[in-house]
Design a binder for this molecule. Structure first.
Ligand code: SF4
Ligand code: SF4
Length: 153
């Protein structure tokens, strides 16, 4: 029986925003974990997150960071209309597709508000919490591999 998609329109597995960025980076570097570690593009919005952890001093607002990245990637700025969540020929779905609009599709508006209130009570501001979900095992062959600029197909 075909597995239910994590998100309608998305052919990849459910991942957290941070895991999705990590997978995106692995795809960006052709599946090489070593090249991701050594990535010299310090100006890339994902650089501080490429290893699957948030580097010291980096923003925790992962959904905003993903949205900003997608704003720069989507053809004509049409982030919502990006079709890269689907498998296309030999290309895997873009791992960050579910988060491209700056929201997690895995939580209702009510749940998001509860999480925001909890973050404010814990941290004093609505910093982005890492959403819970299946763990990332760091294996590009079992997860999706990103294709950083493949929108509008
Ligand atoms: S997406 Fe950015 S940070 Fe990640 S590997 Fe590619 S250039 Fe480096
Ligand atoms: S291809 Fe990926 S990075 Fe580009 S706009 Fe679509 S979801 Fe964002």
């Amino acid at each position: 029986m075909k597995a239910k998609p994590a998100v309608p329109g998305y052919d990849g597995p459910r991942k957290t925003a941070l895991e999705s960025i990590r997978l995106f980076c692995i795809g960006c570097m052709g599946g090489s974990f070593a090249l991701v570690s050594e990535c010299p593009s310090v100006g890339c919005a994902f650089h501080a997150y490429r290893s699957g952890v948030i580097e010291a001093g980096a923003s925790r607002r992962l959904l905003k960071i993903i949205r900003a990245y997608c704003d720069g990637c989507a053809l004509g700025g049409d982030v919502a209309g990006c079709k890269a969540g689907k498998i296309y020929l030999d290309l895997s779905p873009c791992p960050i597709w579910p988060f491209r609009s700056g929201r997690s599709p895995y939580y209702s508006a009510e749940a998001r508000e509860q999480r925001r209130a909890r973050a404010i009570s814990l941290f004093g501001s609505a910093t982005q919490e890492a959403d819970s979900g299946p763990g990332f095992h760091g294996n590009a062959t079992t997860g999706t591999t990103g294709h950083p600029a493949a929108s509008g197909r």
